[in-house]
Design a protein around this ligand. Structure first.
Ligand code: AOF
Ligand code: ZN
Length: 351
């Protein structure tokens, strides 16, 4: 039991090394009868799941008859990767210990598949041990917002804010290009290349005429212009999404792009995006759309780029926070990072 406790803790620590987004953070540990174990984790959408990673790390030692601890129920579907249940069966694993169930309808059911194949399946919560309950709760907290997104039939939502030291996203005359520096913008383009779709409001679509593409030059072209024709495209391009009631100008980049999706209602739009296979949405603004997402508790993760300048009474998201007790609260998900003279911090919605 002591070895299982340690292996489960190690699987949870490994899970936290992944990248938040379309997929949950998942860790796994192969535990042998002598109490030794080896871990693996899922690095983010489009990379191997935690179970095959742990099984590969176990090599060359035989996994036949060993226990596999997983922080999330193994998937039984063929998505971006093959079914983990099959990899576990093929590896000769005798027993699988699961910390939390997978609520994703397209991937769930792995526990049953394993049981039917003769693998013993245990849930941490059924072990009757206080430490096991605590670690099961920790596994749930690790992905609390991902679980919410999946059960609400909407994508996981990251909001990006590029702001001044005093929290403005534009000056009083609404100019905002560029508040943050080239390093921040290059970093933001790496995130763009990782998501399935990027949303802006109609105000931003009109004011900035953005393309919402992911660019390998980080959007920092020589002339430092927004969305000029000269950028190099990244291989994966997110779907451009516009929320709002004003029609898009036909001669705008987004208006001309046949992939652009437009929605007048955010809730219906999010459900439709999920149906189209969008599991990670990046919201880039402007302040009105951002306020809507924040006030409706739709922001699971915040990416904040802060530049060393002050804008005084510039533009902020109109959140209508009357009193401190009504502030929208987040917790840092990683230590702040320096990007040139800017600071980048990733926050998670507090649960
Ligand atoms: C696992 N192990 O490490 C993760 C799982 O698009 P795919 O193929 O990457 O599948 C994504 C879904 O698989 C995700 O929504 C969630 O239900 C599950 N994640 N499952 O067995 C893992 N990350
Ligand atoms: Zn899997």
């Amino acid at each position: 039991m002591e070895a299982l406790h340690s292996a489960t803790r190690a699987a949870l620590d490994a899970a936290a090394r992944g990248v938040r987004g379309a997929n949950p953070l998942v860790g796994a540990a192969v535990l042998w009868d002598d109490g030794t174990f080896t871990t693996g984790y899922h690095q983010g959408a489009d990379t191997p799941h935690a179970e095959p990673d742990a099984l590969r790390n176990a090599s060359p030692r035989s996994t036949t008859g060993a226990t596999l601890v997983v922080t999330l129920e193994p998937c039984s579907h063929t998505g971006r990767t093959g079914p983990c249940t099959q990899a576990i069966i093929d590896a000769g694993i005798a027993r699988v210990v699961i910390a939390s169930r997978d609520p994703n309808p397209s991937a769930s059911g792995g526990a049953q598949v394993l049981t039917e194949a003769g693998v013993e399946v245990l849930f941490l919560n059924d072990l009757g041990q206080p430490w096991a309950h605590e670690l099961a709760a920790q596994a749930h907290r690790l992905n609390a917002r991902w679980f919410t997104a999946v059960t609400h039939d909407r994508p996981f939502i990251t909001a990006k804010i590029a702001q001044s030291l005093d929290g403005c996203v534009a000056a009083r005359d609404r100019t905002s290009q560029w508040i943050t520096g080239a390093e921040s913008r290059a970093h933001a383009h790496l995130t763009r290349a990782r998501v399935d779709a990027i949303a802006v409001g109609t105000g931003t679509a009109h004011a900035d005429n953005p393309r919402l593409t992911a660019r390998t030059d980080g959007g920092s072209g020589a002339d430092r212009q927004a969305d000029t024709e000269t950028h190099l495209g990244a291989p994966h391009q997110p779907i451009p999404v516009v929320f709002g009631t004003t029609p898009l100008p036909e001669d705008s980049h987004l208006g001309r792009n046949p992939r652009t999706l437009t929605y007048t209602d955010v809730g219906a739009g999010l459900r439709d995006l999920r149906r189209r296979g969008v599991s990670h949405l990046l919201v880039e603004g402007g302040p009105t759309l951002m306020a809507h997402f924040l006030q409706h508790d739709l922001v699971d993760e915040l990416h904040v780029y802060t530049a060393p300048l002050l804008l005084g009474d510039g533009v902020r998201s109109p959140l209508n926070v009357e009193t401190l007790a009504h502030a929208l609260t987040f917790v840092p998900d990683a230590p702040p990072e320096a990007l040139g003279s800017d600071t980048f911090t990733r926050f998670m919605k507090e649960v």
